[in-house]
Design a protein around this ligand. Structure first.
Ligand SMILES: CC(C)(COP(=O)(O)OP(=O)(O)OC[C@H]1O[C@@H](n2cnc3c(N)ncnc32)[C@H](O)[C@@H]1OP(=O)(O)O)[C@@H](O)C(=O)NCCC(=O)NCCS
Length: 219
């Protein structure tokens, strides 16, 4: 296992009429390889490509992938990784910043509480208290068609899933977030995050577009 945030494997289950869905993680890259992907896990990319992406994230030093499995098929996942270099959130390399990259549940397994359970399991470990966890929610990534939900209902659904582990909407000057009122930055600041990192993160959230951000200018 490569993750620095692992500690023990965390695990739970959701009972469905056809059997039990096992939810656990952080999953090792080779474990992810050993499963099939449900063919409706295609919200972000083709399931085969998404499986490759999950394996890559699980291999990163701070990467974590939690999976929901029915028999030998992955039917849901949530990922965490350091912010991508092209994003505002990587500026200054704030050491405790971790991004919830994606959460997805296959279309035929939605509405059974799998997303909530994935979040619950991911945050079971106290190691998550060392992190500022962010999620950049852009409405153009949402499966409005598949769920049949209007945009603001969908936003409510996501807020409900994320707030179940203490993530809250946070204001930011980030132009991509602010390009649509339904987009939202969700944030959870762990109990053990240093004041220095919190102040740097606050400054990053509200930095002006024409401003250079440096971690050391803000601590
Ligand atoms: C968002 C998503 C992960 C939710 O997964 P899920 O397993 O169906 O969610 P849950 O069953 O845990 O339900 C969470 C809440 O949403 C509600 N909900 C789920 N689907 C719903 C629907 N179609 N209509 C109304 N409410 C719905 C549940 O009732 C539950 O409400 P509660 O928190 O008040 O109890 C899933 O719809 C999905 O994969 N969407 C595509 C990917 C995506 O948009 N990801 C988020 C951006 S990264």
């Amino acid at each position: 296992m490569t993750s620095e945030t692992t500690g023990l494997i965390r695990e739970s289950a959701v009972k469905l009429p056809e059997g039990e869905v096992r939810i656990y993680g952080p999953a090792a890259p080779e474990e992810i390889c050993s499963y099939e992907m449900d063919d409706t896990l295609d919200c972000f990319r083709h399931p085969a490509k998404q499986k490759k992406a999950l394996k890559e994230i699980a291999s990163l030093p701070k990467g974590q992938v939690f999976i929901a499995c029915f028999e030998n098929v992955i039917v849901g996942y949530v990922t965490f990784h350091p912010p991508e270099p092209f994003e505002r959130w990587s500026e200054g390399n704030i050491p405790s910043l971790l991004e919830l990259g994606a959460i997805e549940v296959s279309r035929r397994y939605r509405g059974f509480g799998l997303a909530r359970k994935l979040m619950e399991v991911a945050f079971m470990n106290d190691a998550m208290e060392d992190y500022i966890v962010i999620a950049t929610e852009y409405y153009w990534h949402w499966d409005l068609e598949g769920t049949g939900l209007p945009i603001w209902e969908y936003r409510k659904l996501l807020e409900s899933v994320m707030s179940s582990v203490g993530m809250e909407p946070k204001e930011t000057t980030d132009p991509e977030i602010n390009s649509h009122p339904a987009n939202v930055l969700m944030v959870r600041i762990g109990k053990n995050v240093s004041r220095r990192d919190i102040e740097a993160f606050e400054a990053l959230c509200c930095r002006r577009e024409d401003e250079e951000f440096s971690y050391f200018d803000n601590v």
